[in-house]
Design a protein around this ligand. Sequence first.
Ligand code: NAD
Length: 450
Amino acid sequence: MKKICVVGTGYVGLVTGVLFADLGNDITCIEIDQRKLTTLRGGKSPIYEPGLEELLRRNLEAGRLRFTDNYDAGVPDADFVFITVGTPMNHDGSADLKYVEAAARSIGRALRKPSIIIDKSTVPVGTGDWVTNLIRAEAGDKHFAVVSNPEFLREGSAVTDFQRPDRIVLGSLNREAAEKVAELHAPLQAPIHITDLRTAEMIKYASNAFLATRISFINEIASICEQLGADVKEVARGMGADKRIGPHFLDAGIGYGGSCFPKDVLALHHMAASSGCHPQLLQAVMDINRDTRRSFINKLEELVGDLNGKTIGVLGLAFKPNTDDMREAASVDIINRLLELGAHIRAYDPVAMEVAETMLPDVLYCATAYDVAKGADALLLVTEWNEFKQLDFDKLKRHMRQPILLDGRNVYEAADLEARGFTYRGVGRGVKRAERPSNGKVAQAELVEA
Ligand code: NAD
């Protein structure tokens, strides 16, 4: 049993604290947001994450987990102190490190015994050295070591990702400290990669940038498919069967969002550009992501005409299913643009509406997908929640002013929807009727886009 302190109880910190408690450790979580503290002390999770609340309650009741805003109640006794505060983006694209700085200084002031400070927040390469200096400035000659331990959990499956990680990356200039952190993770039985501090920090950015690149890649292929009459879903399936490629992150749609990919690709771009590199691939990844959302709206305009005064229904608001996280969600860009164009928006999401209301106040929030459809000139599928996969389309159609469905996640099959009388568009799903081979100049009349 180790004494662990976790600073910051967002998606990463809360999962880290609760699940290390569940492994039998003694955990103190430090949080500065008083509303969150009250919620957490009452055994409720401030975020929607499947399985988390039950584990939170179990470990609170077992007395292995507590929440405080007082660093002196957690840091002095801790063998390990995790930094899991947010690192949002600055206006220039760089990572904003003000929360990391405040946490590091507070930890430094509260240190009493030799401890290992573990940075789990996603931070620019070189931050570990800077954090070491900040703590040193506050802690004087007290002994401590800093280890970078980037987090790879996915919102929506964070509990199982913590319990069964693909790998654990530990970076430090102090090998002994990294090995102690490796021992802490031993019950998870995951492969452990020990590197220097900067390399560990880079592994996180490179991983997220690569996954975002795959998404933008398949979205570029989707645009080409639409022009040439191929079906990107089948293309991705065919590509993904190749073991060198694999099937993951090859879903064409309206692009990546969330609290990590957009800010991490941008921060890596910023780091690269400000150190004299020319990150042209990262730039293209971001440009394509922006364009996928624009072309989705263009398609809507092609089908509905002038959007001024039209009613558009939006199914799904969270940046992906199984989370209530709305940070950088595609829905925010799309809805804001539709509002600018004069559309009225009705929307429904199974869990994210409370968060969405604060960001998108001009939307009419509905109780079900069928309410969204009432009087709608078109429906947009934005987040592929399971409950949207088997809707009663005849019922939806009866509610709509005109049965138009734009599928931003390629969940539905054109033939099914068209058989029910819908006009349906997916992303990158052109079906070529022409027999002759194409050199890229198939006449528009020969294409029926699905
Ligand atoms: P978050 O914004 O949800 O949570 C951060 C928490 O830290 C908040 O509750 C905030 O009140 C608290 N906090 C801020 N300053 C504090 C301080 N000085 N002392 C105590 N608490 C403080 O953030 P998150 O989504 O959990 O992300 C945390 C970090 O992990 C980020 O760097 C992020 O990029 C990275 N990350 C996130 C995910 C994810 O899926 N969310 C996945 C991997 C990595």
